[in-house]
Design a protein around this ligand. Structure first.
Ligand SMILES: Cc1cc2nc3c(=O)[nH]c(=O)nc-3n(C[C@H](O)[C@H](O)[C@H](O)COP(=O)(O)OP(=O)(O)OC[C@H]3O[C@@H](n4cnc5c(N)ncnc54)[C@H](O)[C@@H]3O)c2cc1C
Length: 468
């Protein structure tokens, strides 16, 4: 340990950026999911050269390195499950350049998506990916998890905006993928391979991101339903009517009640579900779309459809949606946040399956999320100290994954696999699919030093949320 500390201090002579105090290490031992793992040392590099030197050192001595942004991962992504070095990239925020001519942003790994969007807005541009954690999570974390948000429906997710990366390989080599051109088909698309690789193939040290013109106008609507299955049908039918809202989110009764109990925003609690819709574009086109959305919702038995009259009213509705996560943990302390995703046409079927699972396991299941792209967020709220309840929760989560895959969907739409979902990888990809991914990992990282213990299941690894 002492020797490692000394070697790291040679790379980062500024003593304050190599942390070994127990209290510091403890701060890096958890993320927003489950599990606590202490690292041996934390480093906070501020340049590509420092990252490269640290990785060369780690690779030579076969020490695990765990890249970390702000630790908001919901799947265990940055947890140092085999000890070693945590590489905290959240402090590295020095570059945020807006290239208006090419409509691009060039950024350091620690910058937030919120900061990128704010800087773009000054020039009449936007950076559309909008994970709910965008004001705290880093772009490095967003890229590594391929994060998305409500706007994913119309504008796509992080991978749709990155056209170039600077990456340090596990062996400490610096590579540049893609560039500033909109088109690039030279060789394999390593940019897209790195995006979503959850910090297992390389450390992202710089990114080139596309920006879009800010839409001329936006309007927000809220439709109230007495049955969540009808809400699911309305969502499918809005989309099949050829309308692509900027956002199309759902909140079930439990999430509405939780928000109203936490910070009342005036949402009606005597409903089964509501959908929030944001339309954007040319004002005349929006007028027509509002009428059509209204008709579809009423056809699917919506109790009413309301249009926000002012920007403040619209902001209040979207705030309510953002408050769901903090609100539901007031009900019970442990939140298991899933993001199983299904094809859009299967949204009503998934709601039906979730209803059945909730009853079968007698769990507190709250459903909200990016319903428009099939990326629901079934959240289970429980109490970690209640072992019997946690066992029921584990079984329910397994059944949620099964339901999503049986309906042609996926384990994760945006939160990643990390440690938590690794046991289910074969269920979705098959043995050969997982093996092809493992071979890619071995080719990039022959000594398995970068974020080891993630994505791929350990032998006999089971899905557990409890210690026994
Ligand atoms: C309240 C809340 C709301 C959330 N809402 C959303 C949402 O709407 N949509 C969504 O997609 N996610 C959401 N998340 C999950 C999480 O915020 C995202 O996954 C986010 O992108 C993680 O960023 P981070 O900086 O916290 O990264 P971390 O959690 O620190 O790390 C995430 C992964 O990225 C890797 N990593 C980090 N930086 C780098 C780098 N520079 N190079 C290589 N690998 C790196 C880590 O090793 C790890 O595997 C939410 C989380 C919370 C707590």
């Amino acid at each position: 340990m002492e020797q490692l500390h000394e070697l790291l201090q040679q790379v980062i002579p500024d003593g304050e950026r190599v942390l070994t105090e127990k209290a510091d290490l403890a701060s890096y031992s958890y993320d927003a999911s489950f599990g606590v793992y202490m690292p041996e040392v934390v480093v906070q590099p501020l340049s590509t050269c420092e990252v490269a030197e640290i990785l060369k050192l780690a690779n030579k001595h076969k020490i695990p390195v765990y890249p970390r942004g702000q630790g908001t991962s919901l799947s265990g992504g940055p947890l140092p499950v085999r000890g070693g070095i945590v590489m905290d990239l959240s402090q590295w925020t020095s570059k945020l350049e807006i290239d208006t001519e090419n409509m691009l942003a060039v950024v350091s790994p620690g910058v937030t998506a919120q900061a990128i969007n704010n800087a773009a807005l000054v020039h009449g541009l936007i950076y559309p990916p909008d994970p709910s954690s965008m004001n705290i999570a880093t772009i490095g974390g967003n890229l590594a998890e391929n994060s998305g948000g409500p706007k994913g429906l119309k504008y796509g997710v992080t991978k749709d905006y990155v056209i170039g990366l600077e990456v340090v390989t596990p062996e400490g080599e610096v590579i540049h993928t893609g560039g500033k051109t909109m088109k690039n088909v030279t060789g394999y698309d390593l940019t897209k391979l790195i995006v979503g690789s959850e910090g297992t193939l390389g450390i992202i040290t710089e990114a080139i991101l596309r920006l879009y013109p800010k839409p001329q106008a936006t309007e927000t609507l809220m439709a109230l339903f007495d049955d969540i299955i009808d809400a699911g049908r309305a969502i499918s039918n809005i989309l099949s009517a050829g309308i692509i809202p900027a956002k199309l989110e759902i909140m079930d009764k439990a999430s509405v009640e939780a928000v109203e109990a936490y910070r009342p925003t005036g949402l009606p609690t005597n409903i089964d579900a509501l959908i929030l819709i944001e339309l954007d574009g040319h004002p005349e086109a929006i007028k027509d779309e509002i009428k059509r959305v209204n008709d579809v919702c009423l056809q699917e038995k919506a109790r009413s459809v309301q249009i926000a009259k002012t920007a403040e009213e619209a902001a209040q509705l979207w705030l309510a949606r953002k408050l769901v996560s903090p609100a539901i943990v007031r009900v019970k302390p442990t939140k298991i946040s899933e993001d199983a995703t299904v094809p859009r046409s299967k949204i009503p079927d998934m709601f039906q399956r979730l209803k059945e699972i909730k009853q079968k396991y007698n769990i507190d299941l709250v459903v909200f999320g990016h319903a428009g792209d099939g990326n629901l967020h079934p959240n289970i709220i429980a109490d970690e100290r209640d072992t019997e309840e946690m066992k029921r929760v584990e079984q329910a989560v397994e059944e949620i994954f099964q339901a999503a895959i049986e309906l042609g969907g996926t384990l994760s739409g945006e939160h990643g696999i990390g440690t938590l979902k690794a046991p289910f990888m074969e269920m979705e990809l098959g043995a050969v699919g997982v093996d092809m991914m493992k071979r890619i990992k071995q080719a990039w990282d022959p000594n398995d030093i970068l974020n080891p213990g993630k994505i791929f299941p350990e032998p006999n690894q089971r899905f557990v949320l409890t210690n026994d």
